[in-house]
Ligand binder design. Structure first.
Ligand code: PTJ
Length: 266
């Protein structure tokens, strides 16, 4: 479907089209379309823009990835459909490895997602087939299967659009977890060390830019950013932003004003 760029919801519709297209190619699961709908709702409430709170989280995420010994970016169907190029750029900027990790795992999807990433420029993609031979303890979904060269040994893991169980399991393994989740109340958002409450399509390019900007900085400076960062505060700010937006709608009224008389010629 062709969406006219002047359509008021152009960007949102474009994301839907990308996901539907990826669904038809077996990259995104039907549940991924539902998950995106939930994300859209929260995006509406935060004003469909990157908040100051999200910018703080993005800076901390860049610092965490740059100071990590074994950083890994975990990729699922929705992430591959929406931001494959940015995943590769972020991996290049931070030295992170890329690993396919799926909630609804199948060999066909692993391969299809790895192919999307390779086409976007990835030289190596972990977590496909026999490579996903290590297990995350106490986790019962297919997401427990990880690469012994990737998530299993990672000290910092970026998990966009994650489920709560795995975030908690990764934390129990002592890893630093960075989440991207539009829902500040989700279990993932609350369990992660750093939560970027923003749409992945806005957050990822900003994260790449920040990582490139901070790359030359000293370890001391980067650790300073992490020390000052407070995730609880960032989640509170994200909720406050939603609250302020709702207050604004109350104040301004909810109806749309139309001209009382039709202009001449109608
Ligand atoms: O590809 P698979 O098999 O790994 O499956 C992926 C999904 C997304 C289906 C799976 O991980 C899942 O069920 O996720 P959840 O538990 O529904 O969580 C997804 C979270 O991502 C929700 O809290 C949504 O609000 C959020 N979300 C959805 N779209 C976006 C988003 N956050 C940021 N940007 C988005 N575009």
């Amino acid at each position: 479907m062709i969406i006219p760029p002047q359509h008021p919801r152009y960007h949102s519709l474009l994301q839907r089209e990308k996901l539907v297209e990826a669904f038809k190619r077996g990259i995104v699961v039907p549940q991924g379309l539902i998950a995106h709908g939930r994300g859209e709702c929260f995006d509406y409430l935060i004003g469909e823009r990157t908040t100051e709170a999200a910018k703080k989280a993005i800076e901390a995420a860049a610092a965490a990835l740059l100071t990590a010994r074994h950083p890994v970016i975990s990729v699922n169907g929705n992430t591959a459909a929406l931001v494959a190029r940015e995943v590769v750029e972020l991996a290049e900027a931070t030295g992170a490895r890329i690993e396919v990790n799926l909630f609804y795992r199948s060999r066909e999807r692993e391969e299809a997602i790895a192919e999307v990433l390779r086409r976007a420029g990835a030289k190596e993609v972990l977590g496909v087939g026999e490579d996903a031979s290590a297990m995350i303890p106490e986790l019962f979904s297919e997401r427990r299967r990880v690469s012994p060269r990737g998530i299993y040994v990672a000290d910092v893991v970026l998990v966009p659009l994650e489920d709560g169980d795995r975030t908690e399991a990764l934390r129990r393994m002592g890893k630093t977890v960075i989440a991207i989740d539009l829902n500040p109340l989700s279990r993932t958002a609350r369990a992660a060390n750093i939560t970027i409450v923003d749409n992945i399509v806005r957050a990822m390019p900003l994260l790449v830019e920040k990582a490139r900007e901070l790359k030359g900085r000293s370890e001391e400076e980067l650790l300073g950013i992490l020390k000052r960062y407070n995730n609880e505060e960032v989640l509170r700010e994200a909720l406050m932003e939603i609250w302020r937006n709702i207050e604004g709608w109350f104040r301004r009224g909810l109806t749309i004003e139309f001209p009382k008389q039709l202009p001449e010629g109608f």
